[in-house]
Design a protein around this ligand. Structure first.
Ligand SMILES: *Cc1c(COP(=O)(O)O)cnc(C)c1O
Length: 469
């Protein structure tokens, strides 16, 4: 007890610390931030002493280092770029799709200048923000009309709220999807005020399942793409054409939540066959929703395409205002969509697509390049090798699709992998890898060529610094 009191008494005074720190920071750092950090550090130390976690006095050097670290942390941005070595291309926790440079240029313009976001340059009167991308979406998908909202979850909610509120919506049991986070079809349905009517079995749903469930209260037949899971084996599902024909016979509307929503048939490039937006539109489904930042490779957005009368109703829903997209999204979305006028240009320029379709020898060379750059410099502490691995599409798309890839494997001599993983995660530009077969690996599919220099420097620095962390 005596000891504890003594330690508490020995805690430094804020004003004294501020004097000690006079030469640590330049004027760009507000004094109140420094003071706040000092107070917090001292407070943390006080708690440690009181809880018995701290039984010795800290040196002046220790205090200065912790104040400096606290200020540096406080002054650095919370959202930061990272290096994705996980090989998961559409990584929802890492910002999903990367934008091409052209799109980021337009983002900057939209931010720094006034724009015709809602200004019709022909008439000089108010315009609609949706019209900026509607035409290109319609041309690419074959739909009559289109609009865009904040994300696909919003798109689904908005369409259900517009078309199905207070009525029954029929969905196959095999499609009651939960997408990570808390997006579950039954819950979204409940929020929209529609009543979910489940039909069929988990693995099989037939035409007559839908037909038998139709009542006077039914307004819609909904299909949900089972993005992130597959039912395999004895399965059966009805086609979009059949669903549309049942709906027509009964005067109902059809909707498909396509999830990822690709405009290109990626099975031509060694990936799985997923229905494209164009195919779903062609099958006669009245309204289709999909994400902007999954397989499309654009910004976060929810795209709604379909029959003109349906989209017009959606546009008039007051909820639209609450879910609307901003100018940054529109600026980058338009760039992405324009690349799709030429498939090769899309594959080359849209990072999500180029990462998914890159040739294996390109990946192998990239891994070799990294290994050549770091091997000699860290050979004393870590073994480095090029190894084969499998990447993932991510974003809840093509869950069972392994994409053969290459990785840089790090096998440190005296550092535990969990320690290495943590240290990499705490770097000035965090590096996120995977631990596979008791080794740390960086899948190069998701590492951009222009990141290689900084990645190598960070790795070499880490092993050079005696790896004390
Ligand atoms: C991803 C997904 C959503 C949610 O889309 P967000 O753009 O993330 O809001 C909804 N439905 C399906 C089927 C999905 O795959």
């Amino acid at each position: 007890m005596e000891k504890q009191k003594e330690l508490l008494r020995a805690l430094p005074k804020v004003d004294e610390c501020l004097v000690l720190l006079e030469s640590s920071f330049d004027e760009s750092i507000p004094p109140r931030i420094i003071k706040q950090c000092v107070q917090q550090c001292i407070e943390q130390e006080r708690k440690k002493i009181l809880s018995g976690d701290r039984t010795t006095r800290q040196s002046e050097k220790w205090w200065i280092a912790s104040f400096e670290a606290a200020v540096e942390k406080k002054m650095s941005y919370n959202l930061c770029r990272m290096i994705n070595g996980t090989g998961v291309v559409i990584h929802t926790n890492m910002g999903r799709s990367l934008l091409p440079q052209k799109a980021t240029e337009l983002l900057t313009q939209a931010g720094g200048y006034y724009s015709n976001l809602e200004f019709n340059l022909q008439t000089g009167k108010r315009g609609s923000r949706y019209s900026l991308v509607e035409e290109v979406i319609c041309e690419l998908t074959g739909a009559e009309a289109a609009m865009v909202v904040n994300n696909n979850a919003a798109a689904v909610l908005l369409v259900l709220d517009t078309l199905a509120k207070g009525t029954e919506v029929i969905v196959s049991r095999g499609q009651l999807v939960e997408i990570g986070g808390s997006f579950r079809i039954p819950d979204v349905m409940a929020k929209s005020g529609a009543t979910l009517v489940e039909v069929g079995a988990t693995n099989r749903t037939h035409k007559w399942d839908y037909e038998n469930a139709i009542t006077d209260h039914t307004s819609m037949l909904l299909r949900v793409h089972t993005s992130n899971f597959r039912v395999i084996g004895f399965t059966s599902d009805i086609s979009g054409e059949d669903l549309s024909s049942i709906a027509r016979d009964h005067g109902l509307v059809t909707m498909e939540d396509l999830g990822s929503g690709s405009l290109i048939d990626l099975s031509k490039y060694g990936l799985m066959k997923e229905p494209t937006v164009q195919e779903v539109v062609k099958s006669g489904i009245d309204v289709v929703t999909f994400s902007g930042d999954k397989l499309l490779g654009g910004p976060q957005a929810g795209i709604i395409v379909g029959a003109r009368d349906v989209i017009d109703k959606v546009k008039k829903n007051p909820l639209t205002r609450a879910l609307r997209i901003d100018k940054f999204t529109l600026a980058s979305l338009e760039t992405i969509l324009r690349y799709y006028y030429d498939i090769n240009s899309a594959l080359e320029n849209i990072p999500t697509l180029s990462m998914l379709t890159v040739q294996r020898d390109v990946l192998k060379k990239r891994a070799q390049r990294i290994v050549r750059r770091i091997r000699k410099k860290i050979s004393g502490t870590c073994q480095v090798a090029v190894v084969k691995t499998n990447s993932r599409v991510g974003g809840g798309a093509m869950p069972e699709c392994d994409l053969p890839s290459y990785a840089v494997q790090l096998d440190p001599r005296d550092i535990r992998l969990s320690v290495l993983e943590k240290a990499f995660r705490k770097m000035p530009i965090p590096i996120i890898g995977r631990i596979e077969d008791e080794k740390y690996i960086l899948d190069v599919r998701t590492i951009q060529d222009e990141e290689i220099n900084v990645l190598c420097d960070l790795i070499v620095d880490y092993f050079d610094q005696g790896t004390q962390q």
